[in-house]
Design a binder for this molecule. Structure first.
Ligand code: NI
Length: 256
């Protein structure tokens, strides 16, 4: 069993010039990848990429919460019925880029959490500088959710523990490898291997030594290697466990 990228945006315009090449390269290096939507068009574009060893997640990012309406909900419901759609997201709260008012973000978040509970699908959470509110909302849903991934984890060890206490998975992207990401690295240390995931969030946040470049899904290997070193565990063990975790939370059979 090799590595997987649990979160990338291969449908991003930044891959328009060479998407097929990147796709071949990443599927050569990785067992499988998950392409994540941010809004309706990018979720549809994620569906267009589904295929052998490519899974999809559909949802509405908090940036676009002000555009979330009944039609969005129905659209997500119908897209979620597509084979190989393994979760809803990314959804959540972003108080760093407050493109939508906080109460509007919360409402769109709750609508999607309700839908995930109804459809029995896991969720992929975007939380940026909104720890307290994000934790409060998710606490209400934790018992009913089929699974939850705190994607591109950006908080410190205190909230890592709080989200772990809710039974969630914590996923680290390339930014954990950045030299000044001390808090994030402290958070990674408290996450037990059996709750740890790795992702790229490509095309964003390329890990060291690729930092500053366009991120590609197979760069997840750098993040995994960094985390193994940071946590003092065997790199092969970390790879095997994080991939097993990804199979578990996304409910992707190991034979797939
Ligand atoms: Ni993302």
């Amino acid at each position: 069993m090799g590595l997987v990228d649990t979160h990338c945006h291969l449908q991003s315009q930044r891959f328009d010039v060479d998407r097929a090449t990147v796709q071949v390269a990443c599927l050569k290096a990785l067992d499988w990848i998950v392409v994540i939507g941010d809004d309706i068009p990018s979720s549809e574009a994620a569906l267009d990429l589904l295929g052998p060893r490519i899974y999809g997640v559909v949802g509405m990012h908090p940036y676009y919460a002000k555009d979330f309406d009944d039609a969005t909900l129905e659209c997500l419901r119908s897209m979620a019925a597509t084979e190989k759609v393994v979760a809803l997201g990314e959804m959540g709260l972003d108080y760093f880029n407050e493109y939508s008012p906080r109460d509007v973000q919360a409402l769109a978040f709750r609508h999607q959490l309700d839908l995930a509970c109804e459809l029995n699908l896991p969720v992929v959470i975007h939380n940026r500088e909104a720890d307290e509110d994000c934790h409060a909302i998710l606490s209400e849903y934790a018992d009913r959710l089929a699974g939850c991934i705190m994607h591109c984890f950006g908080s410190g060890p205190e909230y890592a523990r709080k989200f772990l206490d809710l039974g969630f998975y914590i996923s680290f992207a390339g930014n954990v490898t950045f030299k000044k990401a001390i808090q994030l690295q402290e958070a990674a240390k408290v996450v037990p291997l059996e709750r740890l995931l790795v992702e790229t969030d490509a095309p964003y946040l390329a890990p060291v030594p690729m930092r500053g470049k366009r991120c590609e899904p197979h760069y997840v290997a750098h993040t995994a290697a960094f985390l193994a070193e940071l946590k003092g565990v065997d790199p092969a063990a970390l790879e095997a466990q994080t991939t097993a975790n990804a199979h578990q939370v996304y409910r992707i059979p190991k034979t797939a």
